[in-house]
Ligand binder design. Sequence first.
Ligand code: WTA
Length: 652
Amino acid sequence: MEQNEKINPPKHFSERAAIKSMQDFEALYEAAAYDPDKFWAEQAGAIHWFAKWNKVCDWSNPPFAKWFVGAKTNVAYNCLDRHLTTWRKNKAAIIWEGENFEQRILTYQELHRKVCKFANALKQLGLKSGDRSIIYMPMTPEAAIAMLACARLGIIHSVVFGGFSAEALKTRINDLEAAAVITADAGLRRGKEVLLKQNVDDALANNECPSVKNVIVHKRIGSLTKMQSGRDHWWDDLTTGISEVCPAEELDSEHPLYVLYTSGTTGKPKGVVHSTGGYLTQVVATMKWVFDLKDEDIYWCTADIGWVTGHSYVVYGPLAAGATTLLYEGAPDWPKPDRFWRIIEKYRVNIFYTSPTAIRSFIRQGDDWPNNRDLSSLRLLGSVGEPINPTAWHWYNRVIGKERCPIVDTWWQTETGSIMISPVPGATPAKPGSATRPLPGVMAEVVDDKGEPVKVGKGFLVLSKPWPSMLRTIYNNPERFKSGYWSRYPGKYFTGDAATIDEDGYIWCLGRVDDVLNVAGHRLSTMEVESSLVRHKTVAEAAVVGAPHELKGEAIHCFVTLKQEFHGSDALTEELRQWVATEIGALAKPERIYYVAALPKTRSGKIMRRLLREIVTTKSVSGDTSTLEDYSVILKLSQQGKEEEEILGEKK
Ligand code: WTA
């Protein structure tokens, strides 16, 4: 790692930035560290409150934090109503581009009207504050409208990524006991229809989700859709002729805004619960610090609303900050590899925030695609979701940013709610590959096994003080919240990431140390994939590990033992890969499947995943299964002759 390479923010950028220098940044950081309550109270001043708090942070019952205790606010009010009394009422709130080049632009006023109408429709169906709803939609303005309408009424939403299967949808509906599902007939992906409503029907079949009383369907495509009378309603039917007046509920600061399911170390995804007041306060603060937002900016974060980035930095953050946020429905390479650059050219995008996986795939497609488009509007670039390798960083800087745009490499998690570690673009010198330093109010530390801070070197990344946008609990599972995050280092939040800290206090995230995979920036647990595999009739046991992948960061490699009567074959490999894709979603489709006679286990019967990971990491496994011969040798060696636990050879 070339840890000493430092790139200063471009002078022209710093001059216009809200935080112009490291002195300004340090002053802010110091103020936050010195008196966090005062600092966060000041930040909270940037949003609207119906009633003020009587305490900023209540940490009397750790790890259950409360922020802005006793205060009342509403996230949708902050994203909409507040702007209507200003010149922003006619500003574009959402610019939407469909995959098929359709275009819609909604001003704050129009967005407000649509949200109020849809909220009234939800009310008419009997939904109320505290109820849970699922949003399973393509990237359309209606997805944001659905989120905001729920937020307006205090209905706790859970957005399920449109690429997830009916099975995954069902698990989430049932964990939440959701009363309603908001969906669309279909979405578009690389010109093909993604049949969302069909997946909802499959999830609800045989009364397997008894809590769901209503399904609301937005007609995106007009594809053939079966509607079940009494249960299913067309969005347009519900909102036609309905009142445009719908006051925002004055919600407690701690009222849950949403639950977002993410992968942990067990097979069952966990429902991360986010709050209202603290969440919005920190999302808005980071929006300003990290993106140095200006009123005239066109801001584009390419994340899907199914992920936390889509919640905090496509919908809630930009709208609460009064920005113009761009939503694009489809694939980056459709119909040609320059679609993103075309969109930047067309709308004169100023701030562009995407993932390292996307950047790596652009590199592969060649520089001509971006070079043939006018990218001169860009002034700031961002990266999120996985470590960005220095080569990709430099390409992004040179080919997309033309060495004019600072790059913010932002580290955070579904659980943290907002960006925790990132350069402040007008101040922090970048080091390619490092997310640099924690933002004001964030106490990030790299600690050793015992929890002692590492001054310079490698360790585990922890957050040692509560922060306003932190997750409040795991839905229906406070025990998992405690044990999953707060037990390894008592009093400190364990991120699950390994990291290095250098002599400048810069943090370099190295990736997960638990059984969580990061495939193309998407989180998946090894157990989730294993559980899916063993549900297949041929599979006896499965062990899943992540192997480095040039494009996706990590790819899924599965070691499988078959039941006696079955044998490995190419056909079975395809069947198993498809099986997992159908059970979880295409993003979980295994890269490789290895048939083995036995899995390496410890004496206590635990699968030695670390060993398997080592094997797929150190051995170049691409393409060639014959190297599996070597695996068995390594396994033999590592198990020091424990014959009964050896891998005895492969069937393929
Ligand atoms: C990884 C996405 C390095 C990390 C917002 C974390 C990163 C996990 C970065 C969370 C980054 C995220 N550099 N690694 N800039 N950003 N990660 O919950 O391992 O989908 O724990 O949240 O992604 O993924 P999640």
